[in-house]
Design a protein around this ligand. Structure first.
Ligand SMILES: *Cc1c(COP(=O)(O)O)cnc(C)c1O
Length: 235
């Protein structure tokens, strides 16, 4: 085993263990939480090393996603970063999940391109729970008012759930209100009679990054997007 393999293995095991511990503490089944390994800053050889142990990856730029996804058989690639409308084709071609649907306009475009390309990536709606001006995403009340339109546009089985990013901080606990807010918003949307009528259950909550994923898991995350922790110690 090379040094890279060993470091990646140790980091991955540590992250998996923290997810498990977080689940155990609240009697959740760890298999409910998918680890999306964010490779945006990872060198190709680090990704190859991780690929021997793990098969779910996230990229934040459609171009790097399009370059990398075809190089790895039997892996699942997620787009987690902001998507410009003119990059929609490559995102829809290569991503099994798009976490960053942040406007109705983008949603319409992704559905249109998906039908052209005969692809149906799972779509997550990005929510700006903290209301920071620099963050993209739907405001929670905006999402509630757009809900009828969204349900009419997206097949229920393609609408995977919600995604958020907490404010950057050294204290993981400071992210908890944002994560809890996303969980509560999901519950509200799911209990909307229209959601029931459409069979829309929003199973996924994508939240938690290297600095705060254990808190996100405690608040109900079903997908955590972890990058730097997995490649710590490499250069
Ligand atoms: C980079 C990125 C992550 C992972 O961040 P780390 O702090 O490196 O774990 C998660 N989500 C999004 C949207 C990102 O852009």
């Amino acid at each position: 085993m090379s040094d890279i393999d060993q470091i990646v293995r140790e980091n991955l095991n540590a992250v998996r263990e923290e997810i498990e511990n977080s689940c155990t503490a609240i009697s959740r089944d760890p298999s409910e939480v998918k680890l999306v390994a964010v490779t945006k800053y990872a060198k190709p050889e680090w990704v190859r090393s991780l690929y021997r142990l793990h098969r779910v990856f996230g990229e934040n730029r459609p171009q790097q996603l399009a370059e990398r996804a075809p190089q790895f058989d039997n892996a699942e690639w997620h787009l987690i970063g902001q998507l410009q409308r003119n990059k929609t084709r490559s995102a829809v071609s290569h991503a099994s999940v798009i976490h960053s649907i942040d406007s109705l306009r983008l949603l319409r475009r992704v559905i249109q391109v998906g039908s052209d390309l005969q692809k149906k990536p799972v779509l997550l709606l990005q929510v700006n729970v903290t209301g920071e001006a620099t963050k993209s995403g739907f405001a929670p009340d905006e999402l509630e008012s757009l809900w009828p339109e969204i349900l009419a546009l997206v097949p229920a089985n393609q609408l995977g759930g919600l995604m958020t990013m907490a404010a950057a901080s050294d204290d993981p606990e400071s992210a908890r209100p944002a994560f809890a807010g996303l969980r509560i918003l999901r519950e509200q949307l799911v209990s909307n009679p229209l959601s029931v009528e459409h069979g829309c259950q929003l199973p996924e909550l994508s939240m938690g990054m290297s600095g705060d994923f254990p808190v996100a898991v405690a608040e109900g995350a079903t997908m955590v997007r972890v990058g730097s922790r997995l490649f710590e110690g490499l250069e």
